[in-house]
Design a protein around this ligand. Structure first.
Ligand code: G3I
Length: 361
C-alpha cells in the first residue's frame, strides 16, 4: 500500500473544482491491497470467531468461506449463553444449545473445523453455581463439562478448556469461584480431566491473553502449563489470544512464541486483533504511524508462528473478519474508526490482511 505522507497530503494543491472536504481526500484514500484468500496461502488452518447471527449474513458467509477454514464461537458456547436460564439442579430450567448447535451445523455444512470456546472461565458461571458447596459444586462442575463437551464430541476438533487463568498483573493465578471450590491448579486439572473423559479426541487447550504484551504474564502462563503437564493434565495445546498491543517492543511477540514452542505443544493464535488505539486521551500518533506499528507487530507474530514446526501450528485465528465485527467496535467501546482486523466494514483487505498473507506465504 503506498504510504501517504500526511504533510504532503495537506500541502497538496487541490483543483478548485468545488470538491467537498471528504471528496478532496477521496483520491488520498489508499486503494485496498489485493490479497489472495488467507486460507489458500497459509500452510495451517486460518480461523475467525463467529456469532450465530453471522451465519445468515450473506456478506459475512461469503467472506468467511473465502478466507478461513476454522471457526470459534465468539460467545454462544460459553456459560453466559448455555446457562442463561440457570444451572439445572441449582434452580435453572435447562441448558441452552440452540445457537451453538446452529454454529456447529454451519461449520459442518461449510466443511470448516470448529474450535470450542470455552468450558471454564473465571469471568462466567459464578451466578449459576452460587449456593453450591463442596461435593454438590464439584458434581455440577463435572456435569456441566460432560454435558457441553459431550454434546459437541465429534463436532469440535478442540476446546479452550480453561480460559484466562493468570491475573492481569501476570505473576499469579486468578482467584475465582472455581479456584475457591477446587484449588487454583486443582480446578484447571479437573476441567482438563473431565473434558478428556467427555471427548477423547479433542485437542484440549489452556488459553490466555497479553502473553506477548506482558512477558511476566507469558512466563507465568508457560510455567503453569509445565506444572499441569507434570501433574498429568491432558493438555494438548497452548492458546495465545494475541489481542496485540501494537506499541510493544519489537521482538517481544516472537520471543513469547519461541518460549511457548519450547514446551513442544501445538500453538493456537486464538483471538488475534490489533487495535490502533492505546486508550490514552493524548494519542498523537498519525494514522500512518499506527498502521506501521500494527503491520510490524502483526507481521512479527505471524512470521514467528509460520516459522514453527508444522506439528506445532494448530491454527491462526483472528477475532473477527471485518473491523465492524470486532468486540472493539461494539457499544461504547466503538470509536467509529478503529481497524483491528484484516478486513474493513465492506470486507475489503486492510493493510493487516496483506501483512498476514506475506507472513503466511
Ligand atoms: O447479541 C446479543 C444481543 O442480542 C443482546 O441484546 C445483547 C444484550 O444482552 O447481548 C448480545 O450478546 C453479546 C455478545 O457479545 C454479542 O455482542 C453478549 O451480551 C456479550 O456478553 C458478548 O461479549 C463477548 C465477550 O467475549 C463475553 O462473552 C464478545 O462478543 C467477545 O468478543 C468476547 O470475547 C472474549 C473471549 O471470549 C476471551 N478473550 C477476550 C475476548 C474479548 O473480550
Amino acid at each position: 500500500m503506498t504510504k501517504i505522507d500526511r504533510r504532503a497530503l495537506l500541502a497538496a494543491p487541490f483543483a478548485l473544482s468545488g470538491l467537498t472536504a471528504c471528496d478532496r481526500f477521496a483520491w488520498a484514500q489508499p486503494k485496498p491491497p489485493v490479497v489472495p484468500p488467507l486460507k489458500s496461502i497459509a500452510p495451517f488452518p486460518v480461523g475467525t470467531c463467529v456469532q450465530s447471527s453471522q451465519t445468515t449474513d450473506p456478506a459475512w458467509v461469503a467472506l468467511a468461506a473465502r478466507e478461513v477454514s476454522q471457526l470459534t464461537p465468539e460467545w454462544e458456547m460459553k456459560m453466559e449463553y448455555i446457562l442463561a436460564d440457570g444451572l439445572p439442579g441449582n434452580g435453572g430450567s435447562g441448558l441452552r444449545f440452540d445457537a451453538p448447535d446452529r454454529i456447529a451445523a454451519f461449520a459442518q455444512a461449510q466443511g470448516m473445523r470448529l474450535h470450542g470456546h470455552t468450558l471454564i472461565w473465571y469471568a462466567q458461571g459464578a451466578e449459576a453455581f452460587a449456593g453450591l458447596e463442596g461435593p454438590r459444586f464439584v458434581e455440577a462442575f463435572d456435569a456441566y463439562i460432560a454435558a457441553v463437551a459431550g454434546r459437541y464430541r465429534g463436532k469440535v476438533v478442540s476446546w479452550d478448556v480453561v480460559n484466562e487463568p493468570v491475573t492481569d498483573e501476570g505473576s499469579s493465578l486468578r482467584d475465582c469461584h472455581w479456584s475457591q471450590a477446587l484449588g487454583q491448579d486443582g480446578y484447571i486439572l479437573r476441567a482438563f480431566q473431565q473434558a478428556r473423559a467427555a471427548d477423547p479426541d479433542a485437542v484440549l487447550f489452556l488459553n490466555d491473553y497479553n502473553l506477548e504484551n506482558n512477558p511476566t504474564k507469558g512466563a507465568t502462563f508457560l510455567k503453569l502449563v509445565e506444572r499441569l503437564m507434570k501433574a498429568g493434565a491432558p493438555i494438548g495445546g497452548i492458546g495465545s489470544q494475541s489481542h496485540l498491543d501494537i506499541e510493544i517492543p519489537a521482538g517481544q511477540a516472537a520471543a513469547f512464541i519461541r518460549d511457548a514452542a519450547s514446551l513442544g505443544l501445538p500453538i493456537h493464535i486464538s483471538e488475534l486483533d490489533a487495535s490502533l488505539r492505546n486508550g490514552s486521551r493524548l494519542d498523537l500518533r498519525s494514522h500512518a504511524t499506527r498502521i506501521e506499528q500494527q503491520s510490524a507487530r502483526v507481521g512479527e507474530l505471524a512470521e514467528a508462528f509460520t516459522a514453527l514446526p508444522a506439528a506445532q501450528r494448530f491454527a491462526f485465528t483472528v477475532w473477527g473478519l471485518r473491523d465492524t465485527d470486532s468486540w472493539l467496535r461494539q457499544g461504547e467501546r466503538d470509536d467509529g474508526k478503529d481497524q483491528p482486523l484484516p478486513f474493513n466494514a465492506a470486507g475489503q483487505p486492510n493493510p493487516m490482511a496483506a501483512v498476514l498473507a506475506r507472513a503466511f506465504a
